[in-house]
Design a protein around this ligand. Sequence first.
Ligand code: ZN
Ligand code: ZN
Length: 361
Amino acid sequence: MVPEVFKSIGYGNYLKIIGIIIPAWAILMIALERFFPYTPKVKLFRRGFWLDLVWYTIIQSKVLEKVIFTLILFGAKNYLGLQDFGPMSGMNFWLCLFIFFITHDFYMYWMHRFQHNNKYLWRTHEAHHSVREVDFLAGSRSHFSEILINQTIEFAPIIFLLNTETALYMIPAKALLDAIWGMWIHANINVNTGKLQYLINGPEMHQWHHANHHEVFYKNYSTKIAAWDWIFGTGFLPSLQPLKFYFPKPQMFGLPYAYPNGFWDQLVYAFKRFDFRFFERSTWYEYLLNFRINITTLFLSLFGLKKHWVKNELFDKNNLRYEIDDNHRYEDEGLKYFYKESKFVYHKETENQDQTLEKFN
Ligand SMILES: [Zn+2]
Ligand SMILES: [Zn+2]
């Protein structure tokens, strides 16, 4: 049942309020990241910031919204003449939201776990892990295929178990929960929620999920409820006694191998492996990748800010974490790099041996 208060403010205003809460939450995350960073010196405009904001958050999600809701879910519901069908429509709105929240989160735990354990499903998820510096925006980087599968499954029960009117109020409420929680677990915020970490997922566990550390490659799959990880034996926290770990925080994030930097090559790379370095080396492609940086630098230079200051301070041009990607982009040679037992190692599949790289140790 749609709460009277929502009906009285009107559907348009209901959407507007949700549309204000999401960016307001993002601003709060940005502020907390500046004051209490989990990993120090992560810049707001870190590498991939514009990719995540413009391509993943704005363009891709708009396209997918049309595909998932208009074409697939409501398309099917209307085609079957089920507009007024909805066995859960009479139920209390908040209880209903809670049920969808719990069941979807349980599904997400297992789906996420399968994605990490199945080589085909991994292709749908690796883009999400390609961020080298995890912040509030990093969660938005999810491959088209991953969102298509997961959101269709997430919203199908809402659309088919509620009548159209109730579903139209439930979808934005659920999407709001996803958005704020997604930003929260990825946020580069040094928080300690104590025992709550066993129940509610936050940056403490999810930052580790993104770590390029051998020991945690199959840990912390939870999205919202951390308890799934502890119940099903995949939880990891370095401070958890008696566990002793080499680092209190991850030393490096992202994939253990090189991965494309642009939206379109990331999109294609899931289906077909190709030599993305060939494109990335060409001048026009480099210009495209740096286009937004150059525009911003030019714009700020009009206000008297020096170009090299803007590039170095606002953007992440020189960063040890990226250097290794830039120098070793030969995934096809089977070269992987990650932390293992407190040492940064190169793993050459052809020689099946680990080599430590002192520079990073
Ligand atoms: Zn993952
Ligand atoms: Zn994540």
